[in-house]
Design a protein around this ligand. Structure first.
Ligand SMILES: Cc1ncc(C[n+]2csc(CCOP(=O)(O)OP(=O)(O)O)c2C)c(N)n1
Ligand SMILES: [Mg+2]
Length: 323
Protein backbone atom coordinates (compact mmCIF):
# COMPACT_ATOMS: atom_id res chain seq x y z
CA UNK A 1 0.00 0.00 0.00
CA UNK A 2 1.33 3.43 -0.93
CA UNK A 3 0.24 6.79 0.44
CA UNK A 4 -0.92 7.46 -3.12
CA UNK A 5 -3.45 4.67 -2.95
CA UNK A 6 -4.64 5.94 0.44
CA UNK A 7 -5.01 9.48 -0.94
CA UNK A 8 -6.93 8.13 -3.92
CA UNK A 9 -9.29 6.16 -1.70
CA UNK A 10 -9.83 9.17 0.57
CA UNK A 11 -10.84 11.17 -2.51
CA UNK A 12 -13.28 8.47 -3.64
CA UNK A 13 -14.64 8.24 -0.07
CA UNK A 14 -15.26 11.99 0.00
CA UNK A 15 -17.08 11.97 -3.33
CA UNK A 16 -19.26 9.00 -2.32
CA UNK A 17 -20.08 10.73 0.93
CA UNK A 18 -21.09 13.85 -0.99
CA UNK A 19 -23.65 11.83 -2.97
CA UNK A 20 -24.90 10.07 0.17
CA UNK A 21 -25.33 13.29 2.13
CA UNK A 22 -27.12 14.95 -0.78
CA UNK A 23 -29.52 11.99 -1.01
CA UNK A 24 -30.22 12.01 2.73
CA UNK A 25 -30.74 15.77 2.69
CA UNK A 26 -33.17 15.41 -0.21
CA UNK A 27 -35.05 12.70 1.73
CA UNK A 28 -35.43 15.19 4.58
CA UNK A 29 -36.51 18.02 2.26
CA UNK A 30 -38.95 15.69 0.51
CA UNK A 31 -40.61 14.66 3.74
CA UNK A 32 -40.91 18.36 4.64
CA UNK A 33 -42.80 18.90 1.38
CA UNK A 34 -40.00 21.00 -0.13
CA UNK A 35 -39.38 18.77 -3.17
CA UNK A 36 -42.19 18.45 -5.73
CA UNK A 37 -42.94 15.17 -7.54
CA UNK A 38 -41.26 11.86 -6.89
CA UNK A 39 -37.64 11.24 -5.94
CA UNK A 40 -35.69 7.98 -6.30
CA UNK A 41 -32.58 7.89 -4.14
CA UNK A 42 -29.33 6.08 -4.93
CA UNK A 43 -28.44 5.38 -1.29
CA UNK A 44 -26.27 2.23 -1.28
CA UNK A 45 -25.31 2.60 -4.96
CA UNK A 46 -22.87 5.52 -4.66
CA UNK A 47 -19.80 3.45 -5.58
CA UNK A 48 -21.11 2.94 -9.12
CA UNK A 49 -21.53 6.62 -9.95
CA UNK A 50 -18.29 7.67 -8.30
CA UNK A 51 -16.19 4.70 -9.47
CA UNK A 52 -17.20 5.03 -13.13
CA UNK A 53 -16.96 8.83 -13.17
CA UNK A 54 -13.45 8.63 -11.69
CA UNK A 55 -12.32 7.22 -15.04
CA UNK A 56 -13.95 9.95 -17.16
CA UNK A 57 -12.80 13.34 -18.42
CA UNK A 58 -14.92 16.47 -18.23
CA UNK A 59 -15.54 16.25 -21.99
CA UNK A 60 -16.91 12.69 -21.83
CA UNK A 61 -20.71 12.49 -21.77
CA UNK A 62 -23.20 10.50 -19.71
CA UNK A 63 -26.90 9.74 -19.81
CA UNK A 64 -28.74 8.57 -16.74
CA UNK A 65 -32.07 7.23 -15.52
CA UNK A 66 -34.70 8.04 -12.89
CA UNK A 67 -32.23 7.24 -10.07
CA UNK A 68 -29.81 9.82 -11.37
CA UNK A 69 -28.82 12.23 -8.58
CA UNK A 70 -25.49 10.47 -7.96
CA UNK A 71 -24.60 10.49 -11.65
CA UNK A 72 -25.31 14.23 -11.97
CA UNK A 73 -23.34 15.16 -8.85
CA UNK A 74 -20.45 12.85 -9.76
CA UNK A 75 -20.24 14.31 -13.28
CA UNK A 76 -19.83 17.76 -11.78
CA UNK A 77 -23.21 19.51 -11.89
CA UNK A 78 -22.92 22.54 -9.61
CA UNK A 79 -24.36 21.55 -6.24
CA UNK A 80 -26.36 24.74 -5.60
CA UNK A 81 -27.92 24.61 -9.08
CA UNK A 82 -28.64 20.90 -8.55
CA UNK A 83 -30.58 21.49 -5.31
CA UNK A 84 -32.42 24.43 -6.87
CA UNK A 85 -33.43 22.21 -9.79
CA UNK A 86 -34.60 19.24 -7.72
CA UNK A 87 -36.55 21.65 -5.52
CA UNK A 88 -38.26 23.04 -8.64
CA UNK A 89 -36.83 26.56 -8.42
CA UNK A 90 -36.45 29.09 -11.22
CA UNK A 91 -32.66 29.37 -10.64
CA UNK A 92 -32.17 25.61 -11.06
CA UNK A 93 -29.93 24.16 -13.73
CA UNK A 94 -32.99 23.61 -16.00
CA UNK A 95 -35.05 26.50 -14.64
CA UNK A 96 -36.79 24.15 -12.21
CA UNK A 97 -38.66 22.55 -15.12
CA UNK A 98 -36.81 19.25 -15.09
CA UNK A 99 -36.72 18.39 -11.41
CA UNK A 100 -35.24 15.21 -10.00
CA UNK A 101 -35.82 12.99 -13.03
CA UNK A 102 -34.60 15.44 -15.68
CA UNK A 103 -31.47 17.08 -14.31
CA UNK A 104 -29.33 17.89 -17.34
CA UNK A 105 -26.27 20.09 -17.77
CA UNK A 106 -24.59 19.99 -21.15
CA UNK A 107 -21.73 22.14 -19.87
CA UNK A 108 -20.44 19.19 -17.82
CA UNK A 109 -21.48 16.45 -20.25
CA UNK A 110 -24.57 15.42 -18.26
CA UNK A 111 -27.09 14.67 -21.02
CA UNK A 112 -29.86 14.12 -18.52
CA UNK A 113 -31.57 11.91 -16.03
CA UNK A 114 -34.65 10.29 -17.57
CA UNK A 115 -38.04 9.23 -16.25
CA UNK A 116 -38.62 6.73 -19.06
CA UNK A 117 -36.91 3.41 -18.37
CA UNK A 118 -34.24 2.80 -21.03
CA UNK A 119 -34.67 6.18 -22.72
CA UNK A 120 -31.28 7.57 -21.71
CA UNK A 121 -29.48 4.70 -23.44
CA UNK A 122 -30.00 5.77 -27.09
CA UNK A 123 -29.15 9.38 -26.12
CA UNK A 124 -25.75 8.14 -24.98
CA UNK A 125 -25.43 6.12 -28.21
CA UNK A 126 -26.10 9.30 -30.22
CA UNK A 127 -23.52 11.15 -28.17
CA UNK A 128 -21.00 8.34 -28.77
CA UNK A 129 -21.66 8.67 -32.52
CA UNK A 130 -20.96 12.43 -32.25
CA UNK A 131 -17.67 11.69 -30.46
CA UNK A 132 -16.74 9.21 -33.18
CA UNK A 133 -17.57 11.63 -36.01
CA UNK A 134 -15.65 14.44 -34.31
CA UNK A 135 -12.73 12.10 -33.56
CA UNK A 136 -12.31 13.75 -30.17
CA UNK A 137 -11.38 10.54 -28.28
CA UNK A 138 -14.21 11.16 -25.79
CA UNK A 139 -16.52 8.40 -24.71
CA UNK A 140 -20.20 8.30 -23.75
CA UNK A 141 -21.61 6.34 -20.81
CA UNK A 142 -25.17 5.05 -20.45
CA UNK A 143 -26.21 4.32 -16.87
CA UNK A 144 -29.29 2.11 -16.56
CA UNK A 145 -30.83 -0.32 -14.11
CA UNK A 146 -31.59 -4.02 -14.50
CA UNK A 147 -35.20 -2.94 -15.09
CA UNK A 148 -34.11 -1.70 -18.54
CA UNK A 149 -32.77 -5.09 -19.65
CA UNK A 150 -36.03 -6.24 -21.19
CA UNK A 151 -36.54 -2.97 -23.08
CA UNK A 152 -36.19 -3.26 -26.85
CA UNK A 153 -34.32 0.03 -27.04
CA UNK A 154 -31.44 -1.45 -25.03
CA UNK A 155 -31.10 -4.31 -27.51
CA UNK A 156 -31.23 -1.92 -30.47
CA UNK A 157 -28.63 0.28 -28.80
CA UNK A 158 -26.28 -2.67 -28.17
CA UNK A 159 -26.67 -3.68 -31.80
CA UNK A 160 -25.90 -0.32 -33.41
CA UNK A 161 -23.08 0.44 -30.94
CA UNK A 162 -21.41 -2.86 -31.79
CA UNK A 163 -22.02 -2.61 -35.53
CA UNK A 164 -20.61 0.94 -35.73
CA UNK A 165 -17.92 0.38 -33.05
CA UNK A 166 -19.15 3.39 -31.08
CA UNK A 167 -17.21 4.59 -28.03
CA UNK A 168 -19.92 3.86 -25.47
CA UNK A 169 -19.74 2.21 -22.07
CA UNK A 170 -23.02 0.59 -21.04
CA UNK A 171 -23.18 0.51 -17.24
CA UNK A 172 -25.90 -1.70 -15.78
CA UNK A 173 -26.54 -1.00 -12.09
CA UNK A 174 -27.99 -4.34 -11.13
CA UNK A 175 -29.78 -4.00 -7.79
CA UNK A 176 -32.10 -6.95 -8.44
CA UNK A 177 -35.26 -4.82 -8.36
CA UNK A 178 -37.45 -3.12 -10.95
CA UNK A 179 -39.82 -0.96 -8.95
CA UNK A 180 -41.63 -3.51 -6.74
CA UNK A 181 -40.72 -6.71 -8.63
CA UNK A 182 -37.58 -8.81 -8.66
CA UNK A 183 -36.00 -8.38 -12.10
CA UNK A 184 -35.70 -12.18 -12.36
CA UNK A 185 -39.48 -12.20 -13.01
CA UNK A 186 -39.08 -9.82 -15.96
CA UNK A 187 -35.88 -10.71 -17.77
CA UNK A 188 -34.92 -14.23 -18.74
CA UNK A 189 -31.23 -13.85 -19.65
CA UNK A 190 -28.05 -12.53 -18.01
CA UNK A 191 -26.39 -9.24 -18.92
CA UNK A 192 -23.26 -11.16 -19.91
CA UNK A 193 -25.29 -13.17 -22.44
CA UNK A 194 -26.63 -9.97 -23.96
CA UNK A 195 -23.09 -8.62 -24.34
CA UNK A 196 -22.04 -11.86 -25.96
CA UNK A 197 -25.02 -11.90 -28.33
CA UNK A 198 -24.08 -8.44 -29.58
CA UNK A 199 -20.31 -9.13 -29.52
CA UNK A 200 -19.58 -6.47 -26.90
CA UNK A 201 -16.85 -7.20 -24.32
CA UNK A 202 -18.42 -7.65 -20.88
CA UNK A 203 -17.22 -7.33 -17.33
CA UNK A 204 -18.99 -7.74 -13.99
CA UNK A 205 -17.85 -6.15 -10.73
CA UNK A 206 -18.94 -5.86 -7.13
CA UNK A 207 -20.71 -2.50 -7.45
CA UNK A 208 -20.46 -1.83 -3.72
CA UNK A 209 -16.67 -2.00 -3.71
CA UNK A 210 -15.44 1.42 -4.82
CA UNK A 211 -11.92 0.22 -5.61
CA UNK A 212 -13.26 -2.60 -7.77
CA UNK A 213 -15.55 -0.25 -9.71
CA UNK A 214 -12.91 2.49 -10.13
CA UNK A 215 -10.14 0.06 -11.18
CA UNK A 216 -12.36 -1.80 -13.65
CA UNK A 217 -13.62 1.51 -15.09
CA UNK A 218 -10.07 2.83 -15.46
CA UNK A 219 -8.98 -0.26 -17.36
CA UNK A 220 -12.07 -0.35 -19.55
CA UNK A 221 -12.00 3.36 -20.39
CA UNK A 222 -8.27 3.39 -21.27
CA UNK A 223 -8.81 0.34 -23.45
CA UNK A 224 -11.76 2.08 -25.15
CA UNK A 225 -9.76 5.25 -25.84
CA UNK A 226 -7.00 3.14 -27.38
CA UNK A 227 -8.98 0.52 -29.26
CA UNK A 228 -12.45 2.04 -29.70
CA UNK A 229 -15.78 0.23 -29.63
CA UNK A 230 -18.40 -0.37 -26.93
CA UNK A 231 -18.10 -2.21 -23.59
CA UNK A 232 -20.59 -3.47 -21.01
CA UNK A 233 -19.94 -3.15 -17.29
CA UNK A 234 -22.39 -4.79 -14.89
CA UNK A 235 -22.18 -3.49 -11.31
CA UNK A 236 -23.88 -5.73 -8.75
CA UNK A 237 -25.36 -3.49 -6.08
CA UNK A 238 -28.18 -2.97 -3.55
CA UNK A 239 -31.06 -0.52 -3.45
CA UNK A 240 -31.36 0.54 0.17
CA UNK A 241 -34.32 2.93 0.12
CA UNK A 242 -37.68 2.22 -1.47
CA UNK A 243 -38.23 2.52 -5.19
CA UNK A 244 -39.32 6.11 -4.48
CA UNK A 245 -39.23 8.04 -1.23
CA UNK A 246 -42.23 6.99 0.82
CA UNK A 247 -42.32 3.43 -0.55
CA UNK A 248 -42.61 1.21 2.54
CA UNK A 249 -41.00 -1.79 0.76
CA UNK A 250 -43.47 -4.29 2.21
CA UNK A 251 -42.68 -6.56 -0.75
CA UNK A 252 -39.10 -7.15 0.46
CA UNK A 253 -38.04 -9.83 2.96
CA UNK A 254 -37.15 -8.57 6.41
CA UNK A 255 -33.89 -10.57 6.19
CA UNK A 256 -32.91 -8.86 2.97
CA UNK A 257 -33.63 -5.43 4.40
CA UNK A 258 -31.72 -6.22 7.59
CA UNK A 259 -28.62 -7.31 5.64
CA UNK A 260 -28.31 -4.16 3.53
CA UNK A 261 -25.95 -2.42 5.96
CA UNK A 262 -23.33 -5.14 5.35
CA UNK A 263 -23.02 -3.96 1.76
CA UNK A 264 -22.88 -0.21 2.40
CA UNK A 265 -20.15 1.03 0.02
CA UNK A 266 -19.25 3.95 2.25
CA UNK A 267 -18.85 1.87 5.42
CA UNK A 268 -16.85 -0.70 3.43
CA UNK A 269 -14.62 2.06 2.07
CA UNK A 270 -14.13 3.52 5.53
CA UNK A 271 -13.10 0.03 6.76
CA UNK A 272 -10.49 -0.14 3.99
CA UNK A 273 -9.23 3.34 4.86
CA UNK A 274 -8.79 2.32 8.48
CA UNK A 275 -6.85 -0.76 7.38
CA UNK A 276 -4.65 1.64 5.40
CA UNK A 277 -4.15 3.63 8.61
CA UNK A 278 -5.97 6.74 7.40
CA UNK A 279 -6.05 9.24 10.25
CA UNK A 280 -9.31 9.75 12.18
CA UNK A 281 -8.87 13.49 11.85
CA UNK A 282 -8.78 13.22 8.03
CA UNK A 283 -11.99 11.19 7.96
CA UNK A 284 -13.69 13.57 10.39
CA UNK A 285 -12.56 16.58 8.37
CA UNK A 286 -14.10 15.03 5.24
CA UNK A 287 -17.38 14.35 7.06
CA UNK A 288 -17.57 17.92 8.35
CA UNK A 289 -16.68 19.44 4.99
CA UNK A 290 -19.36 17.44 3.19
CA UNK A 291 -22.01 18.13 5.82
CA UNK A 292 -21.39 21.88 5.59
CA UNK A 293 -21.32 21.88 1.79
CA UNK A 294 -24.59 19.96 1.49
CA UNK A 295 -26.39 21.97 4.09
CA UNK A 296 -25.29 25.21 2.36
CA UNK A 297 -26.61 23.89 -0.99
CA UNK A 298 -29.93 22.94 0.62
CA UNK A 299 -30.20 26.46 2.05
CA UNK A 300 -29.60 27.89 -1.42
CA UNK A 301 -32.35 25.56 -2.70
CA UNK A 302 -34.78 26.70 -0.02
CA UNK A 303 -34.08 30.35 -0.80
CA UNK A 304 -34.76 29.89 -4.55
CA UNK A 305 -37.78 31.31 -6.34
CA UNK A 306 -40.73 29.21 -7.46
CA UNK A 307 -41.27 29.65 -11.24
CA UNK A 308 -43.89 32.27 -12.02
CA UNK A 309 -47.13 31.34 -13.80
CA UNK A 310 -46.44 33.62 -16.77
CA UNK A 311 -43.37 31.50 -17.66
CA UNK A 312 -45.50 28.37 -17.96
CA UNK A 313 -45.15 28.10 -21.73
CA UNK A 314 -41.62 29.42 -22.17
CA UNK A 315 -39.17 26.84 -23.55
CA UNK A 316 -42.13 24.68 -24.62
CA UNK A 317 -42.67 26.03 -28.14
CA UNK A 318 -40.09 27.52 -30.50
CA UNK A 319 -41.20 31.05 -31.36
CA UNK A 320 -42.15 31.29 -35.04
CA UNK A 321 -40.61 34.24 -36.92
CA UNK A 322 -43.29 36.03 -38.93
CA UNK A 323 -42.24 36.38 -42.61
C1 LIG B 1 -40.84 2.69 -20.32
C2 LIG B 1 -41.20 2.70 -18.86
N1 LIG B 1 -41.82 1.63 -18.35
C3 LIG B 1 -42.15 1.60 -17.03
C4 LIG B 1 -41.85 2.66 -16.22
C5 LIG B 1 -42.17 2.62 -14.72
N2 LIG B 1 -40.90 2.38 -13.98
C6 LIG B 1 -40.23 3.41 -13.42
S1 LIG B 1 -38.80 2.89 -12.72
C7 LIG B 1 -39.10 1.29 -13.15
C8 LIG B 1 -38.16 0.17 -12.78
C9 LIG B 1 -36.76 0.55 -12.96
O1 LIG B 1 -35.91 -0.46 -12.49
P1 LIG B 1 -34.39 -0.33 -12.78
O2 LIG B 1 -34.17 0.11 -14.17
O3 LIG B 1 -33.76 -1.61 -12.38
O4 LIG B 1 -33.90 0.85 -11.85
P2 LIG B 1 -33.90 0.92 -10.25
O5 LIG B 1 -35.19 1.60 -9.88
O6 LIG B 1 -33.80 -0.44 -9.71
O7 LIG B 1 -32.73 1.77 -9.94
C10 LIG B 1 -40.30 1.17 -13.85
C11 LIG B 1 -40.82 -0.10 -14.39
C12 LIG B 1 -41.20 3.77 -16.80
N3 LIG B 1 -40.86 4.83 -16.08
N4 LIG B 1 -40.86 3.76 -18.12
MG1 LIG C 1 -33.03 -2.22 -10.56
Amino acid sequence: MTSNSRERLLGLFERMLLVRECELKLAELFSDGEVPGFIHLSVGQEAVAIGVMDALNDSDTIASNHRGHGHAIAKGVDLDSFFLEVMGKEEGICGGRGGSMHVADMSVGMLGANGIVGAGIPLAVGSALAHQVQQNNNIAVAFFGDGALAEGVLHESFNIASLWKLPILFVCENNGWSEFSPTSLQFVAEVRDLGKAFKIPFRQVDGNNITAVADASDEIVSDMRKNGGPRVLECMTKRVHGHYEGDQQKYRDADELASLGDYDPIMLCEGELRKMKAADKDITAIRNRIENRVSAAADVGRAGTLPSFDRLLSDVYTPVQEA
